[in-house]
Design a protein around this ligand. Sequence first.
Ligand code: NAD
Ligand code: MG
Length: 390
Amino acid sequence: MRRVSVFGATGSVGQNTLDLIAREPGAFQVVALTGGRNVAQLARDAVRLKAEVAVTAFDDMLDPLREALAGSGIEAQAGAAAVAEAAERPADWVMSAIVGAAGLAPGLRALEQGATLALANKETLVCAGALVQATAERSGGRILPVDSEHSAVFQALTGENIEAVDRIVLTASGGAFRDWPLEALANATPEQASNHPNWDMGQRITIDSASMFNKALEVIETREFFGVDPDRIEVVIHPESLIHALVGFSDGAMMAHVGAPDMRHAIGYALNWPERRPLPVKRLDLAAVGAMTFRAPDEVRYPALRLAREVMARGGLSGAVFNAAKEAALDGFLDGRIGFTAMAEVVEEVLGRLDRQSGLIDAAMTLDNVTQTDHLARVCAREVMAERAG
Ligand code: NAD
Ligand code: MG
């Protein structure tokens, strides 16, 4: 039996992961499941899958979690440190599906013990790509991509030489507002932004899809994961979300991953790798699909893509600043402090201000420095938002 842990088990990717695990009784021993405030769900899944330990990220949720697990014999723990410690429990395969920079520390711990890290949490590579790669190299841990685009690229590269790659093309649905008039964007509400045309995902990534911050993070993730030059990474709008990414080779050929927009494609590939096994996903009827369309992303509508290019050019800890400023700006948008289009303006302002703080961006990429930089960027973003509010 393979020992598996799922971080962010109560979320969208986490639930899809548990779905696949539960379909193969006897194949997996579940070690740790972690979640946030939804401890009822966490406890139900821990009992159903016979986990060793269930961990909520929030200290004040320990008692409710304990109550929900009473009599089950499953350990209950709480707090960010407990989440990270759970990643030290011996496991063969660990799903990283916490949302945000909070996913970084547990992912690093899992790699340190030499586990295979199935990485849905794109923030990990955006904030600390070089550190994460070095950790994996040192311990012999392996990282498998779960973001659908990166899984698609990874699959297209099987048996290929990375030297023969000309370009990597990430597709983007364009999000909730792709057809809105530009002038209307400033007044878009969180509720409107939370409505993804094709994918059913957590609220934060869904809003990041509307602003294209999600694709901006994914461009950086692509660079960090595959080690390709930023100008070989392209983004194209593909409203149907059926092609998840393409790889173009030196002979002009392009390999595409085509499938229904269902995260179990990418999760299942990482779970079964290096084998390919049957998955309960919808088979595409291409005649019924009829057409797939593509168009260039509009940089005015999606300034996040330009910011991602600037971050890659700057390097160092600017990815950690970018992500943290984006997370803080998204918090600001969700609670009504700023409008939709202000998110990119806030992030750009924070990138500029922190770049002027001597030594910050160019400090060594250690977990402490990344955490500290993340903190400073959030503080700075809140200041910028307060200034804008007058
Ligand atoms: P979600 O909001 O549905 O779930 C997030 C999970 O993280 C929950 O279990 C929640 O309890 C937990 N969590 C939240 N804050 C936490 C904290 N501070 N500490 C510890 N745990 C915390 O998110 P999701 O849509 O499943 O996305 C998870 C990650 O996967 C994100 O990084 C996202 O970008 C990435 N991703 C998601 C999808 C998708 O289809 N949902 C696709 C590709 C990549
Ligand atoms: Mg993706």
